[in-house]
Design a protein around this ligand. Sequence first.
Ligand code: ADP
Ligand code: MG
Length: 362
Amino acid sequence: MATIVFDHITKTFSDTKKGGLFTAVDQATFEIKDKEFLVFVGPSGCGKTTSLRMIAGLEKQTEGNIYIDDQLVNHVHPKDRDIAMVFQDYALYPHMSIEQNLSFGLKNMKIEKAIINDKIAYASKILGLEQLLERKPRELSGGQRQRVALGRAIVRNPKVFLFDEPLSNLDAKLRVQMRIELAELHQRLGATIVYVTHDQVEAMTLGQRIVVMNEGKVQQIASPQELYARPENMFVAGFIGSPAMNFIPALIESNSQLRMAEHVFEIPINQREQVTPYIGQEVMFGIRPEHIHLDQEGDVDIRVNVFEHLGAENLIYFTFNNHSVIAKVSGEQFIRPGEQVKMTLQMQKMHLFNLETNQRIG
Ligand code: ADP
Ligand code: MG
């Protein structure tokens, strides 16, 4: 069992540049479930590492309570929290063999030799390190070194694994491979994993649930599917998805009609109730690139500015109502710059946001 609860956690640091206090984490409240793979995602500096370090006990929160398995751990020493943390830079001992790197922590804990050997055999089997135990870290590839860092956490058999951007030093191909290995590892270990990344693709593929953070504040906690389909505010809407959602200001003319300059679009029936309070007002209309169709049958004439062929899909850049818009179409649809086509917005997939609060409407 390992559940983790953040109850109104705030962390401030003294601001060395401006003086005063800087809030790195602001009133964060959430619960991590037993055996869950939970991912923290957000731009650099949003408070991800600080949150992880508070779970580990390496950083003390300024306000609020942290519970692990219903036990208040505010004053529990990191060593006594039964948590293992894996960092981005692996932090292996260069002069030690892989086997020594794996056993070092356990020896310090005065664990019996036979038990240590069993644990190393188990971890190296899971991670495919059996043939590498005699080598030194410098004799391994980046991916293998990352696996050793993982192995060091696994041999400790902790209640909770914390990962701080563990894949960010690997090249793109290896990252994808390690991502799959991590997902498999989670199933095999049946452990609670809290994983930090700034990469929304990593978050979406690994997380059972995702905590989106920005400027120290939790923006939304939801499954990948829900974050994609129902982002709660414009930050989440723009952060999750690639390329990012298009935003265009629009006027709600009636509960069934939305106007963008001279173009009028029909509001889907299931959204009409939610837009009623906004009739006569400007809102922000959001549509993902994959929900724009370009062909000869569409509603609105546009002219293509830039075309990018990515293989399985193509990106089409154009201007609509003086706003830059990106459409993602099939890799077989070639539309050259300068070409005129017609655009159809898949209105069922639209997102509307309140211009003042940036919060989702409906
Ligand atoms: P992330 O991991 O999301 O990139 P961090 O949690 O490392 O962000 O940092 C959040 C903010 O807190 C940053 O602005 C960072 O500069 C600041 N910060 C982190 N640690 C300290 C510290 N020990 N002293 C002062 N400011 C810090
Ligand atoms: Mg960080």
